[in-house]
Design a protein around this ligand. Structure first.
Ligand code: CTP
Length: 404
């Protein structure tokens, strides 16, 4: 997302300035070009040389420095930004911006930019709660600035509470979200993810190896692209992405009931969950005890096929399924595409290294009812999610008769 993007990182004078170094590293690792602007007070906490060395670009500090102005004037810095990030942003700088004061290089450049501005405040909890500060923040919000909530915890000033700079990875994610085109705005995308767990008794269940990583990556990317996202998830060890409406479930029947409840407003269903096809006929009330015999017979009954049931009443919704296969990938995926009345199926050969359950990558093919097969190389699940949503966006566009 950030590859090739130009980010201006404004660093203000607070103890959290050292965390901006880590943020800079994340941007550079993602392939962004970063130009750092520091206030005079920021330079008391971290030296410009640190940022210069890591960004590979001169650090800008002084509005009236003839050399800096000749090399790259502050207006040109404001113009070239795809994104402006203020981290940490102090109460002082936020107050100045809220009042239209531009008395140093940083405030002048922020006021001159047309790029989205992400403000990441960090300060003492009492300053953060101060009513004048709250008004200033609100004013910036009204003028289109994106403001992150600080984290809560032990603050460098000795107080506990809200005011900590959020983790650099959270600032990085918020930066990505600001640059994503909102081409799915207006869509309501329901994503199912993870395994289902079918209980045998109060302590045991049948399940599978699904980690939920693919479904969560789709939910996150869809939310960033402006969709309202429902994430119905079996038990996994992942945090739901911020901004999605999260519905944890355990059994297939519960997943079906939840999906049906959310069905009415849904415009796109993406079923990435690995639903157990069968469940034990009986769930024992007490723990099943070890018997005398050498084996134990379990009787299983079929679970509802959630996707097939919804495919039968899809109306003009767009339905996307997944096919996890070990043999005859394309033939089996095509059968599911037709049988479940889908618009797109993501086929993955889970026997291939780097594909399928519990890894961060996937190798998939995208099949449509007109016989098209698009083979994608080994990609990170986040990249698969982006391409899948690109295809969904263009299917929606065609369906609505508009030309992209
Ligand atoms: N699916 C579902 N409900 C089920 C089983 C599967 O909604 N009871 C959905 C999955 O979420 C996936 C698609 O159907 O999007 C295909 O799932 P998969 O497990 O590959 O295929 P099955 O239809 O279960 O067939 P089989 O296990 O025989 O391959």
């Amino acid at each position: 997302m950030l590859k090739g993007k130009k980010i201006v990182l404004g660093v203000c004078g607070g103890i959290a300035a050292y965390k901006a170094v880590e943020l800079l590293r994340l941007y550079i690792k993602a392939g962004a070009e970063v130009f750092v602007v520091m206030t005079r007070h920021a330079q008391e906490f971290v030296t410009p040389l640190t940022f210069q060395t890591l960004s590979g670009n001169p650090v800008h500090t002084d509005l009236f420095n003839l050399y800096q102005e000749k090399e790259i004037g502050h207006i040109s810095l404001a113009d070239r930004a795809d994104l402006f990030v203020l981290a940490p942003a102090t109460a002082n700088v936020i107050g100045k911006l809220a009042c239209g004061i531009a008395d140093d290089l940083l405030t002048t450049t922020v006021m001159a930019t047309k790029a989205p501005v992400l403000v990441v405040p960090a300060m003492n909890v009492n300053m953060w709660e101060n009513s004048i500060y709250r008004e200033n923040e609100e004013r910036l919000r009204r003028h289109g600035y994106q403001i992150m909530e600080p984290a809560t915890g032990y603050l460098a000033c000795g107080w506990e509470g809200k005011g900590k700079l959020p983790d650099p990875s959270a600032i990085f994610a918020a930066s990505e979200a600001l640059l994503v085109p909102k081409d799915l705005a207006g869509e309501v995308i329901l994503v199912t993810a993870g395994p289902t767990c079918e209980p045998l008794d109060p302590v045991r269940y049948m399940s599978n190896n699904s980690s939920g990583k693919m479904g969560y990556a789709i939910a996150k990317a869809a939310q960033q692209r402006g969709a309202r996202v429902f994430l119905v998830s079996g038990p996994v060890a992942l945090e739901p992405p911020s901004g999605v409406e999260y519905y944890p479930v355990k059994r297939a029947q519960e997943m079906l009931a939840t999906v049906e409840r959310l069905w009415e407003p849904t415009t796109v269903l993406i079923k990435a969950a690995a639903v157990a096809d069968y469940r034990p006929r009986e769930v024992a009330e007490g723990k099943i005890k070890k018997g005398e015999g050498e084996s134990l017979m379990l009787e299983l009954v079929k679970n509802p096929d959630i996707l097939a049931q919804l495919g039968a009443k899809k109306g003009n919704r767009l339905l996307v399924g997944f096919a996890a296969e070990t043999d005859d990938l394309l033939a089996n995926a095509r059968k599911k595409l037709t049988a479940k009345n889908l618009d797109l199926i993501v086929a993955n050969d889970i026997a291939q290294p780097g594909a399928g359950f519990d890894v961060d990558t996937n190798i998939v093919r995208l099949l449509t009812p007109d016989g098209d097969v698009e083979a994608l190389p080994l990609l990170a699940k986040s990249e698969v999610a982006t391409i899948l949503l690109d295809r969904i966006a263009s299917l929606l566009c065609t369906r609505r008769g508009s030309v992209e």
